[in-house]
Each structure stands twice: as structure tokens, then as C-alpha cells.
Design a protein around this ligand. Structure first.
Ligand code: SF4
Ligand code: SF4
Length: 440
């Protein structure tokens, strides 16, 4: 009897819940143009830590040729998701979507060592729960004001505290969040141009409340009513970045609900990572029958604050700031949102300000969400590279449109004893409107 050929059973590494789209992987033509722009390839020197190598692994996993092994997880997790490879790619590979989906599979199905999982979950649960982050910020204020921080840093104890020490080293000077809360409505000054919603963010809201206050003042000065809804939460970007897709989707839906109620013409964001994720809610929720169309409409309304202000001439009188400034391009602004000129346009509008270009301005500083806490060695190498280039500009001040980058660069400058300040570009514009050179 002739036996019938049996169909080969392919066991795929990915299941059917949000797998990386196999069609998108096929866009890669293996040209390698992305390799010199990939920070992890430059630092680690391994093809599998390059965009092309990672795409090869994702494709192999999709086709059932490899499993979700330790090695697969490591190469995926070592990616910064900086998306410099997307900017370099002549074939339009949508690397960010593929990596986020691959991480989503890993986070649900790969067995991370318990301590790693616990630490990652602790960070994610703290940063994405605004109630917890508010309480933590108050505690940290007490820690700073009591003088304990000065003692611990002065005695060089941070190096002995491992991960806790690395987190502490990132802390900026904090203010009690109860004092710096923004009003829900900041009315437009002069002739009204429109009504915008303002995302307050997580780190931005509690660690850099002054950047949010400056954003509201500048938008108001330019004729916009600014609505900062009280019931807004975390936008979910950190969770999406880390592959916690279902929790990220829940926060995305909540953010859409909240800003729909605010009835704003646009949703303005001053944190590049958040803005990038919110502009891509349409992709995250494209299979959700209730939210797909709403997410698409919402994403079209999202603007980075510098991008938004660059769409119309600035109003009001700007006063002189005698400063030399350089611009760090946050990955999720330059690569994720393709916004590069707008922050520079803001800076160039300020009388007396001299803008000097930063070499490799759009090269990742190593912050990348919680990457600097999960992978401190490559993150430190990237930070060192960034600091060398900042120092070479001779600037008094570096601007950054993302709070994670600001924390990371501030930490590096402080540790090197460099008296260069880091601010959001909108804070400089605000200082110029107010004629307040002391703020800089
Ligand atoms: S996202 Fe960044 S780190 Fe990841 S592969 Fe692309 S360039 Fe490299
Ligand atoms: S540049 Fe684009 S097409 Fe070329 S190897 Fe990189 S991801 Fe693939």
C-alpha cells in the first residue's frame, strides 16, 4: 500500500494573539543600511543585535524555525526600540510595530527568571499607576529635603545599592506634586485660536511639573484654551514598549475616552515617548470593533507641542535669552514621529539664543523607557557617547523633548560635574515670554 504524504505540522513560536505581522517582516531586503545607525549594533557588535538580525529572528520564529528561546528573548530585549532603523531603512520596514508585537508574545509566553520579571513588573506598575507615582514622589521629596539624599550621594553609597542606586541616581530635584498641580482649564490669552487637550504624562507630571506648567502658559499665550482633564491617566506607552499589550490597550482606550470628553481640537503632548505611542493607537487598536475608528480619529489629533506650535506663527513678544543651546533629538520624536525641525524653529525664534548643532543628535542616549534600569551597561555606553558630544558643543544648555532622556542626560552631566543644564524646549520659550533668564 502506498502511504499518502502527510501534511507537515509547523509549530510556530508565536500564537494568534497579536503576533508580528509576517507580511511586514518581508519588507526587509537585507540591505544592511540600518546597521550603522543602530546603537545596539554599534555597542554590542553582534549581527543579532542589529535590526536586520532581529528581523531575521522574528521571521524565523514566525515560520516555526526557532522557538522563544533565551537567546531570542535576549536579542529582542536588548533592542532600545529607538527606531533609528526605520529612519535609515529604504524599504519602509515598520520595525517598531514588529518589535512591540514580538515583545508582546515574549511577555506572555516566555518564562523570564522570577527576579527579572518581578523587577520589570515593579517598574511598570509604579510608573503607569499615577496614584502610586504621586505617593512615591511625595516620599522622595521628604528624602531629598531631609538631607538624606545628600549624605547617601556624598558617601558614594549609590554604587553599592545596585538597581536601587541606579534608580536613585536618576532623580532630579523634586517638588511636592500637590503644590505644582495644573488647573483643569487654562484660558486662552488674546484672540482665541482653538481648544487643546494637554496630556500630563507620568514622569513629566511628577518629576517635571514645571515643563507642563510652561507648556500650558505658552499655549495660552498663543491663543489656545488648554484643557488638562483631571481624570486622565497614563497613556500606556511604557507598557506597549515593554510588550504588555493588553494593559497598554486598556490605558489607550481610557485615554481616548478621556480626551473625547474634553472635546479638544487637538491633543498636545510634551513627552516624545507618549506622543509617539498615542499617534499609533490606531495600530494598537485596529482589531478592536469599538475603538478602531475612534483610535484612528484620536491619533490624527495628537501633536507634539513643538510640532503644534510650528504650525502657526508664534504670538506675543519674546525677550532676549543670552544662551548657547544644543538640541538632543529624542528617538521617539525624531524617529518615532519624524519631528526634527520644530524644536529648532522654537529655539531660533528666541532673540539672543545661539543654537549649536549636536553631533549624532538623534542617536539614543540609552534611556529608552526603562532600558537604562534593565540593561545598565549598554545604556551607560550610549550615555557616555552622548555626553562627549554634548560637551564638545560648548553649550550652556541642552534641550530634550522627552522626560526619560532628560533624566538620563541630567544624571550623566551631574556625575561628570558638568554645569550644563537640561530643559524642555518649551521651557526656554516660556522663559523668553516671561523675560525670565533666571529660569535658564
Ligand atoms: S530600534 Fe534601535 S536598537 Fe532596535 S534594532 Fe532598531 S536601531 Fe537598533
Ligand atoms: S535597512 Fe531596512 S531593508 Fe535594509 S536591512 Fe535594515 S531593515 Fe532590512
Amino acid at each position: 500500500m502506498v502511504s499518502q504524504p502527510t501534511e507537515k505540522i509547523v509549530l510556530r513560536a508565536f500564537d494568534q494573539l497579536d503576533p508580528p505581522d509576517p507580511e511586514l517582516v518581508l519588507d526587509c531586503i537585507h540591505c544592511g543600511f540600518c546597521l550603522p545607525t543602530c546603537p545596539t549594533y554599534l555597542v554590542l557588535g553582534n549581527e543579532m543585535d542589529s535590526p536586520r538580525g532581529r528581523l531575521y529572528l522574528i521571521r524565523s520564529a514566525s515560520e516555526g524555525k526557532i522557538d522563544l528561546s533565551d537567546s531570542f528573548a535576549r536579542h529582542m530585549d536588548l533592542c532600545l526600540l529607538c527606531r533609528a532603523c526605520e529612519t535609515a531603512c529604504p524599504s519602509g520596514v515598520q520595525f517598531g510595530f514588529l518589535m512591540e508585537a514580538a515583545r508582546g508574545q515574549l511577555k506572555r509566553r516566555y518564562q523570564y527568571p522570577p527576579v527579572e520579571r518581578w523587577f520589570r513588573d515593579l517598574l511598570l506598575h509604579t510608573f503607569t499607576d499615577l496614584g502610586r507615582l504621586r505617593a512615591l514622589t511625595r516620599l522622595l521629596c521628604v528624602y531629598q529635603r531631609s538631607g538624606l539624599q545628600r549624605l547617601i550621594r556624598g558617601w558614594g553609597l549609590l554604587r553599592r545599592l545596585g538597581r536601587l542606586g541606579r534608580m536613585e541616581a536618576l532623580l532630579p530635584d523634586l517638588h511636592d506634586p500637590r503644590v505644582s498641580e495644573l488647573p483643569e482649564i487654562t484660558p486662552a490669552k488674546g484672540q482665541r485660536r482653538g481648544r487643546v487637550g494637554l496630556l500630563l504624562g507620568c514622569v513629566q507630571q511628577f518629576f517635571f511639573a514645571h515643563a507642563n506648567a510652561a507648556t500650558a502658559r505658552v499655549l495660552s499665550e498663543n491663543g489656545y484654551d488648554v484643557i488638562a482633564p483631571r481624570d486622565q491617566g497614563c497613556c500606556g506607552s511604557l507598557l506597549i514598549h515593554e510588550g504588555e499589550r493588553e494593559r497598554g490597550k486598556a490605558l489607550a482606550r481610557r485615554t481616548i475616552d478621556c480626551f473625547e470628553q474634553a472635546n479638544a481640537d487637538h491633543v498636545v503632548v510634551n513627552a516624545a515617548g507618549c506622543g509617539s505611542a498615542m499617534k499609533e493607537y490606531w495600530e494598537l487598536l485596529h482589531t478592536d470593533p469599538t475603538y478602531a475608528a475612534r483610535a484612528k480619529a484620536f491619533s490624527q489629533k495628537v501633536r507634539d507641542v513643538s510640532e503644534f506650535l510650528a504650525e502657526a506663527p508664534l504670538r506675543g513678544a519674546l525677550q532676549r535669552l543670552s544662551l548657547t543651546v544644543t538640541c538632543h533629538d529624542a528617538c521617539h520624536l525624531a524617529h518615532g514621529q519624524r519631528v526634527r525641525e520644530a524644536p529648532r524653529a522654537i529655539l531660533k525664534a528666541i532673540p539672543g539664543l545661539r543654537l549649536v548643532e549636536l553631533q549624532e543628535s538623534d542617536f539614543c542616549c540609552g534611556s529608552a523607557g526603562i532600558y537604562n534600569l534593565l540593561h545598565p551597561e549598554p545604556a551607560q555606553q550610549l550615555l557616555d557617547r552622548k555626553l562627549e558630544r554634548i560637551k564638545a558643543t560648548g553649550a550652556d544648555l541642552v534641550v530634550s523633548g522627552n522626560p526619560g532622556c532628560t533624566l538620563q542626560i541630567q544624571k550623566g552631566l551631574r556625575e561628570r560635574g558638568l554645569a550644563i543644564r537640561v530643559m524642555h524646549p518649551i521651557e526656554l520659550l516660556d522663559a523668553s515670554y516671561r523675560g525670565d533668564s533666571r529660569k535658564t
